[in-house]
Ligand binder design. Structure first.
Ligand code: GTP
Ligand code: SPV
Ligand code: MN
Length: 588
């Protein structure tokens, strides 16, 4: 039998098996067409799942209010189900494939009775390219199907890609009863399978995104010599016309979308600097024929954080989600437009994310802190001409960053790739509303992949070191940034957003072999002049505070990092411990 027929038959067989178990009333194969999308969204408006927004101001757009207990990723209920517990590592929850299925199979039994089963074929990555991967999500949620249509290349295009590739990742999802007791997001790397039950929230339910493109893909990437990373991809062009492509790993809700869509301040634009968006959340990096690391964005849309997005902070995101967008858990204004904290300085009277009347005097936020927009990437005004290039864009710099109120300076450059890997491995960040749990608590989040790496973190670090060996001189430079350091009064020391351009410009200059730097124990940092601090209105005292390296704090940080490394036992690459000792030495 030829490969395309074999793949299609395998898909049909799997759908039939799932249908026999879950017993839906209907089966619908999604083709990804506009007509199909209209039928789906009309039906969801009719049954109250969606509210149609103002057709003039937000054409083709809808609001969805989720179950109030289903608003973020649930890391406690996310499992890696490989055969050997040791391979999942200390940062993942583990269950054996057999044990996990013993829990899930009864839950899926008959779970689609009275519902429609949607077959959602999708491609991650530009179709036709080597990087592209096919997945098929089976779901009983039309809301999930409609989101997948925006986030991935969905429908007919995926079946065509399947006949070329001959293999697909299986994702089985059911709304279940939306209770937390029954919520599981389970990954089976050995079978290239995902099973997700009882959540319709983004990362738990849109299985192409974190489950496929990161957790399962990271395992494949390790086996095949590439990297699947939680990174934005941005192109920065200098006045001489040289474009530097930068990939940035920041934890959830720590600024990837914003940096990817940055609008340079007027003065920088006047000098000729421009910024283009390639991706805002996930990067697949592999070596090109020229031996350089190249990145593709596997996604087709943005699942962006709404609060804090405004005409001042991120006009490109606002333009991206004007039309053809699904909003989840934002507030609704009387004219059927949307609102969230930070969109405008004066909060309007509106209906909050729970569906209740809300006034500026209310004691809670109008939009959920993790409310989101799902918008087509092609609608972003700053989208790069090369965002769908199957070859990807060559990466010149990798930037790590976290949310650190204290200790961590604004920007520094790693001495080399090994030191850069150490910076990624020791990243930490204050927790955000993107995952359930206490917001603000500081935790290690290596390479911003703590919730997304599908195997043992120490092996992942070794893989980073190995990739660096392979790439040699052609590897990107590595940086660490922190936009979130605070003054004593609690305010941010750094203006952030568009003004992050100053930091990107310095990185570009360094990559192009220019840009002054001062050596510090942490790495190389720019001079104040390099960042044009004075034009920014950052006073001398704040500028000092942004770069301050307090020896006591940093020695304590080194000790915490040693304890962190202890978690990984003898699988820890010796190089990382060596890097920590070297930092301690440099601190004196
Ligand atoms: P995920 O989609 O969860 O992976 O998040 P993300 O990393 O793309 O974060 P995003 O860009 O959506 O930003 C999250 C929050 O941080 C938003 O409320 C932003 O307004 C805020 N933010 C982003 N960049 C900056 C910055 O430079 N300074 C400050 N103070 N806040 C920022
Ligand atoms: C994140 O939490 O990092 C997100 C949103 O990008 S989610 O798709 O839910 O993972
Ligand atoms: Mn993310």
């Amino acid at each position: 039998m030829d490969a395309p027929k074999k793949a299609t038959d395998a898909l049909k067989t799997w759908v039939a098996e799932v249908a026999a178990r879950t017993r839906p009333d209907h089966i619908h194969w999604c083709d990804g067409s506009d007509a199909e999308n209209r039928r789906l969204t009309d039906a969801m408006v009719a049954d109250g799942t969606l509210t149609r927004l103002n057709e003039r101001k937000h054409p083709g757009s809808f609001l969805h209010r989720s179950d109030p207990g289903d608003v973020a990723r649930l890391e406690d209920r996310t499992f890696i189900c490989c055969e050997d517990e040791d391979d999942a590592g200390p940062l993942n929850n583990w269950k054996s494939p057999q044990a996990m299925k013993a829990v899930l199979d009864p839950l899926f039994e008959g779970c689609m009775e009275g519902r429609t089963l949607y077959v959602v074929p999708y491609v991650m990555g530009p179709p036709g390219g080597d990087a592209a991967k096919v997945g098929v999500e089976i779901t009983d949620s039309p809301y999930v199907a409609a989101n997948m249509r925006i986030m991935t290349r969905m429908g007919r295009v995926a079946l065509e890609e399947l006949s070329r590739k001959g293999h697909f990742t299986k994702g089985l999802h059911s709304t279940g009863d939306l209770s937390k007791e029954n919520r599981y997001i389970a990954h089976f790397p050995g079978e290239d399978l995902i099973m997700s039950f009882s959540s319709n929230y983004g990362g738990n339910a849109l299985l192409g995104k974190k489950c496929h493109a990161l957790r399962l893909a990271s395992v494949q990437a390790r086996n095949e010599g590439w990297l699947a990373e939680h990174m934005l991809i941005v192109g920065v062009t200098n006045p001489q016309g040289q474009t530097t492509y930068i990939a940035g790993a920041f934890p959830s809700a720590c600024g990837k979308t914003n940096l990817a869509m940055l609008v340079p301040p007027q003065a920088d634009r006047a000098k000729g600097w421009t910024v283009e968006t390639v991706g805002d959340d996930i990067a697949w990096l592999r070596f090109g024929e020229d031996g350089r690391l190249r990145a593709v964005n596997p996604e087709y849309g943005f699942f962006g954080v709404a609060p804090g997005t405004s005409e001042d902070t991120n006009p490109n995101a606002l333009a991206s989600c004007r039309a053809n967008t699904l909003f989840t858990n934002v507030a609704l204004r009387p004219d059927s437009t949307v609102w969230w904290e930070g969109l405008s300085p004066a909060p309007p009277e509106c209906v909050d994310w729970l569906g209740n009347r809300w006034t500026p005097k209310s004691d809670h936020k109008a939009a959920h802190p993790n409310s989101r927009f799902t918008a087509p990437a092609g609608q972003c005004p700053s989208i790069s001409d090369r965002w769908q290039d199957p070859e990807g864009v060559p990466i010149d710099a990798i930037v790590f960053g976290g949310r650190r109120s204290r200790v961590m300076p604004l920007i520094f450059e790693a001495f080399d790739w090994k030191h850069g890997t150490y910076l990624g491995a020791t990243m930490s960040s204050e927790k955000t509303a993107a995952a359930e749990g206490a917001v603000g608590e500081l935790r290690f989040d290596p390479m911003a992949m703590r919730p997304f790496c599908g195997y043992h973190t120490a092996d992942y670090w070794q893989h980073w070191l190995d990739v660096g060996e392979k790439g040699g001189e052609k590897m990107p430079k590595v940086y660490h940034v922190n936009w979130f350091r605070r003054a004593k009064d609690g305010s941010f020391l750094w203006p952030g957003y568009g003004d992050n351009m100053r930091v990107l410009e310095w990185i570009c200059d360094r990559v192009q072999g220019e840009g002054d730097a001062i050596e510090t124990p942490l790495g190389y940092r720019p001079t104040r002049e390099e960042l044009h601090m004075d034009d920014l209105g950052v006073n001398a005292e704040d500028a000092e505070a942004l770069f301050a390296v307090n020896r006591e704090d940093w020695l304590a940080e080194c000790n915490e990092r040693d304890a962190w490394f202890d978690l990984f036992g003898d699988r820890l690459p010796a190089e990382l411990r060596k890097q920590n000792d070297a930092l301690r030495q440099r601190l004196g």
